[in-house]
Ligand binder design. Structure first.
Ligand code: CU
Length: 193
């Protein structure tokens, strides 16, 4: 049983978290959802894939679900999860989307849930912003701006680094290279658009 007090506390935590992330991508409200801290990471020229990250808080009383994402700079955008299988960190597409339960906050971050930008048509350049369109089952569709952070960024600008993030970030990158090597091979011989 969720009470309004718990929801208010969760919202307060979400707002506090957002307030220490001086990202250029402003918080956005879509129905009962608050989207904050949206960022991606710079990519090398001809890199086939990139990742997208943000925090989604559902302040409402109805469960919602992130069901789709699109971006003009990517041929395909998938919603991925990372999970440990034994000692291996693997990622997989969430075929049914990412649940955003009522009263809860879901964070997409390196080493966890993320948007997977596939078939990149252009390099993502640090210091710029790129638009991404998200579609939620209940709240609908919205275009948000993702701040392009450094190539190894694990959080929006100026948020404290944690000691474990190096490992996760590296493993995550390796997984992308491994899992999408087919795309890489297919893209590598082509000129960027
Ligand atoms: Cu992925």
């Amino acid at each position: 049983m969720k009470t309004p007090i718990i929801k208010a506390a969760l919202l307060a935590i979400a707002l506090l978290t957002g307030s220490i992330a001086p990202t250029s991508a402003a918080d956005v409200t879509l129905g009962a959802l608050t989207l904050s801290g949206a960022f991606t990471r710079a990519t090398l020229p001809n890199a086939p894939v990139g990742g997208g990250y943000l925090t989604i808080t559902n302040t409402g009383t109805e469960d919602d679900r992130l069901v789709a994402a699109t971006a003009a700079f990517a041929g395909d955008v998938q919603i991925h999860e990372m999970k440990m299988e034994g000692d291996l960190l693997r990622m997989a597409e969430l075929a049914d989307g990412l649940p955003i339960p009522a009263g809860e906050t879901v964070t997409l971050a390196p080493g966890g849930y993320h948007l997977m930008f596939m078939q990149l048509g252009e390099a993502l350049v640090e210091g710029t912003e790129v638009p991404v369109t998200l579609t939620f089952e209940k709240a609908g569709t919205i275009e948000i701006m993702l701040a392009v952070e450094g190539i190894a960024a694990r959080t929006p600008s100026a948020v404290g680094q944690d000691m474990h993030s190096d490992m996760h970030g590296d493993m995550h990158g390796d997984m992308h290279d491994a899992d999408h090597s087919g795309h890489g091979a297919a893209m590598s011989g082509e000129a960027p658009q």
